[in-house]
Design a protein around this ligand. Structure first.
Ligand code: 5AD
Ligand code: SF4
Length: 466
């Protein structure tokens, strides 16, 4: 069900916490780990904290509210969250009014929550992603009732509207369009921690984008775990088209897509609005072996994947393609791995995000017996990186001599105010010097040097390439 936060109990709790906190100079500090969905969720947490009377700070030592928004996709991400939590061991002893919360995907794992409750006494509460709107209630219980709570209400997968994000940037914005995932790829914990797919109403998404564009936002990223399986009164291709046709000077991106939903119509829409829809497609491959893809439950094979790539390149000639690959999935033979390298050589992605397989309890793959030795995983990873770094460097070298439209980010913090970076429409980072640039403006940059991950150039007055 979709409902507004104003119609929930949360509103009452916001008022109650506010009456305790307001005027006392209390600060909240939110730490975000993981994906863009978490970045977007953290913006809503900051909104709720501000509504309750907290000021938002980047300085944890000032804060009497600490929120760690966690990721569960790999073990490493969980260890990182626990180490951050460890830093706040004395927080509640030092300040009896302090609230320390762990939210996000880790909070949706029952066993993890149990461990957090018993071993991390500094923790006031946990809250899983589908329950974020209950943040004010949990704060109230911790702050006023002095009760620790460990919510696991994973049965309800509603959408709560009406929490205007406290956006980190005033020119780039995330707009969530759908939540959750139904795919159950055998290695992935996301469907268990973020629940079933549910889409926002298209009118709410379009209105939010229109408002952002009217207030000067230059880049909108439509977000979802499985963004292109968006489904309400329209499908994702139509939603993207509706956003692309809002008047204004902006670019729209989207992530993350599943190849099964990379429809012809979506590709056509991308081709139809080359000035508005960023020529970039993040299309996770995961493996180049059909046997491994089957065991991953990815529902496509390499030939289907390659045909999508071919269609994308034919329809959007300037398109940049990026992907995710998992190395060392259970049962991955040397031949399977070579098949993956082969697909990387065939496609020549601009960038590959590669991950060593990490078993996640509760997933199907975690029960598979033919695990790959850690040393072999590491060795395969090094071979993959070596191959892809060469390809990425060659792909980036193709930009040399071209003039690219770049959305400028705020100046680098390295002390040199004239040193800027930004991103091309294809989403590649570019470094350049500029006398009078502002974060959030589009500029033209002539590219004169390329590395595997970045481009380097100089500001130009002339128009970008056709
Ligand atoms: N181990 C390693 N990588 C994983 N990913 C998802 N689950 C796992 C796992 N258990 C990767 C996939 C996905 C990306 C966001 O993280 O490649 O696309
Ligand atoms: Fe995980 Fe697969 Fe869903 Fe992506 S599509 S979130 S990899 S289950």
């Amino acid at each position: 069900m979709i409902f507004d936060i104003k119609d929930t109990d949360s509103y009452g709790y916001i008022e109650r916490v506010k009456s305790v906190v307001f005027g006392k100079n209390k600060y909240a500090h939110v730490i975000t780990l993981g994906c863009q969905q978490n970045e977007a969720d953290s913006e809503k947490i900051r909104t709720m904290a501000a509504m309750m009377g907290y000021e938002i700070t980047d300085d944890a030592s000032l804060a009497s509210m600490i929120v760690i928004n966690t990721c569960a996709i790999r073990e490493h991400a969980e260890l990182k969250a626990l180490s951050i939590l460890g830093k706040f061991k004395e927080k509640r002893r030092e300040d009896p009014d302090a609230v320390v919360a762990l939210v996000g995907c880790m909070a949706a794992e029952e066993k993890v929550t149990e461990k957090l409750k018993n071993r991390y006494h500094q923790l006031s509460f946990t809250l899983e992603p589908s329950q974020l709107h209950r943040f004010p209630e949990m704060t109230y219980r911790a702050l006023v009732e002095k009760k620790r709570s460990f919510a696991l209400g994973t049965e309800s997968f509603d959408i709560v509207e009406g929490i205007t994000p406290h956006r980190a940037s005033d020119y780039r914005a995330w707009v969530s369009v759908m939540y959750g995932c139904n795919n159950f790829c055998s290695y992935c914990i996301v469907p268990y921690v973020r629940g079933r797919e549910r889409s926002r109403e298209s009118s709410a998404v379009i209105a939010e984008c229109r408002e952002l564009i009217e207030s000067g936002y230059r880049e909108i990223t439509l977000l979802g775990q499985n963004v292109n399986s968006y489904k309400s009164d329209m499908d994702f291709a139509s939603l993207l088209e509706a956003v692309a046709t809002i008047p204004g000077d902006f670019t729209v991106r989207f992530m993350t897509s599943h190849p099964k939903d990379a429809s012809d119509r979506l590709i056509e829409v991308m081709g139809k609005y080359p000035d508005k829809i960023a020529p970039h497609f993040h299309l996770p491959l995961q493996s180049g072996s059909d046997a491994v893809l089957k065991s991953m439950n990815r529902t496509y094979d390499t030939s289907r994947f390659l045909s999508i790539v071919e269609k994308l390149r034919r329809t959007v000639p300037k398109i940049a393609l990026t992907t995710d690959v998992i190395v060392g999935f259970p049962g991955e033979s040397e031949e399977d791995f070579l098949d993956t390298l082969n697909v990387l050589e065939k496609v020549r992605f601009d960038m590959v995000y590669s991950f060593i397989y990490s078993a996640r309890e509760g997933t199907l793959a975690a029960k598979m017996e033919n695990r790959i030795d850690e040393a072999i995983k590491g060795e395969r990873m090094r071979r993959l990186l070596k191959l892809q770094d060469g390809i990425s460097l060659e792909k980036n070298a193709e930009y040399i001599g071209r003039v690219e439209r770049v959305l400028v980010d705020s100046p680098s913090k390295r002390g040199d105010d004239n040193l800027y970076s930004g991103r091309t429409l294809t989403n590649t980072r570019v470094h350049f010097t500029c006398e009078s640039c502002r974060g959030g403006e589009f500029v033209n940059v002539k590219i004169n040097r390329a590395g595997p991950f970045d481009l380097f150039g100089e500001i130009r007055k002339e128009k970008e390439n056709d």
